[in-house]
Each structure stands twice: as structure tokens, then as C-alpha cells.
Design a protein around this ligand. Structure first.
Ligand code: PGA
Length: 258
């Protein structure tokens, strides 16, 4: 199977940015720009919880989908400050980012909780965007593949082949996030291909070929075309550049070009 059979997905990860009026303004600017990507590239805005309802209303009838930035793994109960998968579904959310390195780094997220969140999201009908990536010193110690294989195996433990096809994997080298230091297209391709090979070992080749694998980490309007031209880079998870409609659109258009 070839890249052309997989769904290309460009997702903005807004992180802790934008009030509701600002969110509406940005989405209104993005919508007409990316309308031509309909049917070719899935375009997603992953926004703070407080913006979800605004985002769902603003994108109704357009080809822009809405994602959350986290989800709790329990269905309900005494988990102050948390949001369940059913709550997200009820608002109209389709995707959810899970295990972002900022969650792992600042909020004690582990592969075990990433796995629980992934399974809870899938059970509720959400499509998870599961983030993996090595730290700089892990790359320098030449253990990138060990780190990535461990994350993939633990994060997807007990996830069926059918469900993994609904799951997006985002390869985000931690040293490239928000630093302006992008992985080279060859580095991104090498790890995305390794992720696919790991999926083929856990599942089978057909399943591995069907999974969308994104690159994330300082992807921008300048470097996106080269990154997205790679065989195993099926899309991008975009932080900083997703907050500017024109830059985000440039990345979407690069994905449309393939
Ligand atoms: P960045 O963030 O594009 O600002 O590096 C990417 C991400 O954290 O998903």
C-alpha cells in the first residue's frame, strides 16, 4: 500500500491559547482558506476545553473538524478538573490529543495513563491522536528507536487492529517542540517509518499501512512541503503555526499537494 491510501491529516494544537471570541475569529479565517482540502486532507483544530462548543458551532457545515487536547479515562466520578470522553462526544468533538509531551513533562502523564485515555476515547467513539517522541538526550544516546517502540507498545497495549486504524500517531521529537528546531525531513521519515514497522510487528502490514502518522515539532509554512513529501509522513500536528490562519493554510495546502 502507498501513502495515497492513507488519510492525510493536518491538526492544529492550539495549547493554552485563545479566548472564545479569538477562537471564533481564527476559525472564521481558517474555514474559507482550507475549504478546497475537503475530501483530500482532514483539517482539525484541537482547542482548549472552554473553546470546544464555540469551535463546534463555528465549524458546523465546514470541512474543519474539532479536537480536544486531553481526556480523562474514567467515565464519570470524583475526578475534579477532569473531562470525560462522553462529555467531549456530547459537545460534538471528533478527535482528542493524548499523551502530548507537555502533558508527560508537566502533568505526570505516563504511558499507562496514555494507554487508558486512548482506550477510553476509542470506546466513546473519539479518534485519538497519540503523541510519541524522544528527548534530546535520548536521541544523543542513540536510543530513539527503543524509546519510540516502548511508547508505541505501551500506549497501544490492548488496542485492537480495528481501533488502531481509527488512531492517529503523532511523532513529535520533544527537542523540536516550540523550539524552532525542526527534525530534518529525513529524520522525520526515518522515525515515522520505524513507527509503521513497529505497528506492522504488533498488528500486521495491512493495518500498519492504514494508520495515519503525523510529524510535529516546529512544522511551519517554510518547512512543511519537504516534511509532508516523505512517504511515511502523512500529516502534521502543528502548534505555533496553527495560531496564524495563513501559515496553517499553507501547511494544509502542502498536504493537499502531497
Ligand atoms: P510546535 O508544537 O509546532 O509549536 O513546535 C507542536 C506540538 O506541540 O504539537
Amino acid at each position: 500500500m502507498k501513502k495515497s491510501v492513507r488519510k492525510a491529516i493536518i491538526a492544529g494544537n492550539w495549547k493554552m491559547n485563545k479566548t472564545r471570541p479569538e477562537a471564533k475569529e481564527l476559525l472564521e479565517a481558517i474555514k474559507p482558506l482550507v475549504a478546497n482540502a475537503d475530501g483530500k486532507v482532514e483539517v482539525i483544530a484541537c482547542v482548549p476545553f472552554t473553546n470546544l462548543e464555540t469551535a463546534v458551532a463555528a465549524t458546523a457545515g465546514s470541512n474543519v473538524k474539532v479536537g480536544a487536547e486531553n481526556v480523562h479515562f474514567e467515565k464519570s466520578g470524583a475526578f475534579t478538573g477532569e473531562i470525560s470522553a462522553d462529555m467531549l462526544v456530547e459537545v460534538g468533538v471528533e478527535y482528542v490529543v493524548i499523551g502530548h509531551s507537555e502533558r508527560r513533562q508537566y502533568f505526570g502523564e505516563t504511558d499507562e495513563t496514555v494507554n487508558k485515555r486512548t482506550k477510553a476515547a476509542l470506546a466513546a467513539g473519539l479518534k485519538p491522536i497519540v503523541c510519541v517522541g524522544e528527548l534530546l538526550w535520548e536521541r544523543e544516546c542513540d536510543i530513539t528507536e527503543e524509546v519510540i517502540a516502548r511508547q508505541i507498545k505501551l500506549d497501544l497495549f490492548d488496542v485492537s487492529a480495528e481501533d488502531v486504524k481509527k488512531t492517529v500517531i503523532a511523532y513529535e521529537p520533544v527537542w523540536a517542540i516550540g523550539t524552532g528546531k525542526t527534525a530534518t525531513a529525513d529524520q522525520a521519515e526515518e522515525v515515522c517509518a520505524f513507527i509503521r514497522a513497529t505497528l506492522a510487528k504488533i498488528y500486521d502490514e495491512e493495518t500498519a499501512q492504514a494508520v495515519t502518522i503525523q510529524y510535529g515539532g516546529s512544522m511551519n509554512a517554510k518547512n512543511c512541503a519537504e516534511l509532508l513529501s516523505k512517504e511515511n509522513v502523512d500529516g502534521g500536528l502543528i502548534g505555533g503555526a496553527s495560531l496564524k490562519a495563513a501559515d496553517f493554510n499553507t501547511i494544509v495546502q502542502a498536504a493537499v499537494e502531497g
